[in-house]
Write a protein that binds this ligand. Sequence first.
Ligand code: ADP
Ligand code: MG
Length: 513
Amino acid sequence: MIKETLAEIDILVRSRYSILYLVTHEENRLEDLLGDLAQKQNKTLYSWTATQGIVKYSTTGKNQDQFQDPSVALNHVMEYKDPAIFLFKDFHVFLEDPHVIRRLRDAVAHLAGTYKTILISAPTLNLPAELEKSISIVDIPLPDEDELHELLLTMAQSVMKTNSDVVDIKKSEARELARAAQGLTLSEAENAFSKAIVSNRKLNADDIKLVFQEKQQVIRKSGTLEFYPSDGSLSDVGGLNQLKMWLNIRKKAFAPEAKEFGIPAPKGVLLLGAPGCGKSFTAKVIGNVWKMPLLRLDFGSIFSGLVGSSEENMRQALRTAESVAPVILWIDEIEKGLSGASSGSHDSGTSTRVFGTFLTWMQEKKSQVFVIATANQIDKLPPELLRRGRFDEIFFLDLPTPDARDEIFKVHLKKKKVKSDDWDLRKIITMSEGFSGAEIEHSVTEALHFAFFENESVSIKHLEMAIKKIVPLSVTYKEPLDNLRSWAQNRARYAHIQPKSSNTRSSDRKIEI
Ligand SMILES: Nc1ncnc2c1ncn2[C@@H]1O[C@H](COP(=O)(O)OP(=O)(O)O)[C@@H](O)[C@H]1O
Ligand SMILES: [Mg+2]
């Protein structure tokens, strides 16, 4: 990965592009990589920082204080005679200054025919409109497995020089550790490996856990992603027989044999439906069912980020998710984050671009990141999202049918440890027509309150009382639900189909395929 990126930079510099914008958090790693590149091209590499001015690469000390000012430094670049590469570190913060912008535009024209190149490095992409057309952007990828492997071996060797019994790492284990460290920057990986050596004076596959802990830290710092603790099983979800079956079939697609069989990595699923029908609930259990980590992506925080542009936040989040693959990426109520993308609201430009980044990623992604997105409203979703090739499947979760209500009641009665095996639920199921799963859960809780208040054990009577007090979603949410239903009719798969033979006592029937 990094080799390809460097080859790209090499070509751009050789073809005399004036200014490149390199997005990375790792300026030291970048500087070293550029040092090699400059040498290959017989050019001198200079680095500029706001505190040190311009300093020749690999020499220390010798500050050239007069070049600390960004405009003055740019002038110096233009006056400089010999072939050279100038790396301007953290220059994004100066790109709001009209003088600097003007100087850069001058530099674009001036450098075009010369063997000099300006490289801007910054952790986020922040390019003013005036410069968009004349500066090329290159994303510097995080270190890949090979680079991390090399780092690990170098570290192991240097420790062994002083203390030969400390580090003894098998080839296969070194590879595994390097793979586990993907998603960390080079210096974060270095820290993780050092910790691993110090912790048990060894470096082996046992240290993978430690590396993963380090990665959790990184994810926590990102602010847009969080590891979501996933528990429960699909039997906790009542109804949704088609969705559950589909998920069981997809699960196998992550096995290495599946790839050999010709099965592409699953992309993901969109769960669409009325509130309280089990969309988020299903997402929450699936991590545990598939034994994969569940990462929740907060679309809102992508837009409200204090640092960095929304687009960059999105790219970063997706990159991080890929680095911990195989993983499930859960985006709850996706329409909330996208509200600007389809309507003409004032920030629709940003939303559309951020959303475009996401869509392209969905379309092209080869990594084992399974997206599970949920949505309550269809009219807020841009049509591109629903096109084939983005999600593997779109499921519509309607209000539960009688057999599904039967299952949901049983799930929640069992959860509350109510002894109800011999209850005849037929009346309850009829009475709860139009209830969502959440309302069924709520009525069970209410029944508990009534019984507790009357000092009795819970019975059907309490459940009936509770149900009578609840106005069902089919009434309170009628219009949006009708809209959803008519949209979903030909465009989505039904998450649940009540088998034809089923009556309300459905507990012992099988799911039909
Ligand atoms: N099919 C279901 N089976 C069991 N419980 C359900 C079901 N649907 C909803 N619930 C209950 O209702 C709660 C809210 O459902 P949730 O999945 O958050 O709704 P939404 O579809 O709006 O995301 C869940 O935590 C769960 O307890
Ligand atoms: Mg939800």
